[in-house]
Design a protein around this ligand. Sequence first.
Ligand code: F3S
Length: 315
Amino acid sequence: MTAQAVTSERMSGCVPRRIVLAQVAGFCFGVQRAVEITEAARRQRAGRLTTLGPIIHNDQVISRMQAAGIEVAPDLEAIPDGTVVLSAHGVSPDVVAKAKSNGLDIVDVTCPFVTKVHRTAKQLYEQGYQLLLVGDPGHTEVKGVVGAVEAIGGTVTLVSTPEQVRALSLGKKVGLVCQTTQRGDNWAAIVGEVSRVATEVRAINTICNATDELQEAAVMLARQVQVAIVVGGRKSANTRRLRQLCADQGIPAYHIETPEEVEERWLDGVEVIGITAGASTPDWLIEDVARRINGGVLPSDWRLRHPDEKTLPPV
Ligand code: F3S
């Protein structure tokens, strides 16, 4: 993968400035889908519409949604009536049941890649495998997968590192799935560790490609530019990771939420500026940043591409 071709030139003082956009940047398929479904629900439904937690780790998008009449609540108890939008990361079946028993209408925006993790975990359990989930403790997606397996009477053990596998009592038949945003090398190391003990191992790699694509594109970008601007919410872990990956290539890399945060001194004497963005950053925000750097207009051959979705699993 290579970064996109140089997109524009602008004079800053006597330094010609070029802007290079990462080959892929911004919204992943699941986040874009969740935002679109939620906005459509607002247009189509009367009454209160509330997301269960922020639907996306981007305060600017949340603010726009709130201005359009979409509320945010930390839990079901804080939603008195109307429609609740469930997380793109998925929820446990008991959350769905509770929302229904509270009399709420439900809009489910669970990403199909996350639905696949739920389905695969339940299948492995039903096929008699001792089930391991590779993921991060406390993550919303992990809670949903654990809840889905428990809802059919199963059990699942959460592991985050190969060292934790060594401390487990494993049987001979072990099945594994993983949180969609896990790192591939950690997944492989854990599967390898399980294989040292179990004789029948069924490991279904449920990692979503979007994260890898964004990271690979950020690294390629950083190798071609002098400064990287990484756009995304402060709370967005994947945006922070992109900034770190750019910095690891030995260039200054700045994480910003809004165009106003770009400081001219970062760009003083810089000829080639790279832009990328996390999976929860909308196009309009990325483009506003590009305009600010490029004298108020988008670079002439600007073409923003998102991570590929061609490997979308059946729902
Ligand atoms: Fe779905 Fe992958 Fe995004 S799991 S929410 S498309 S990072």
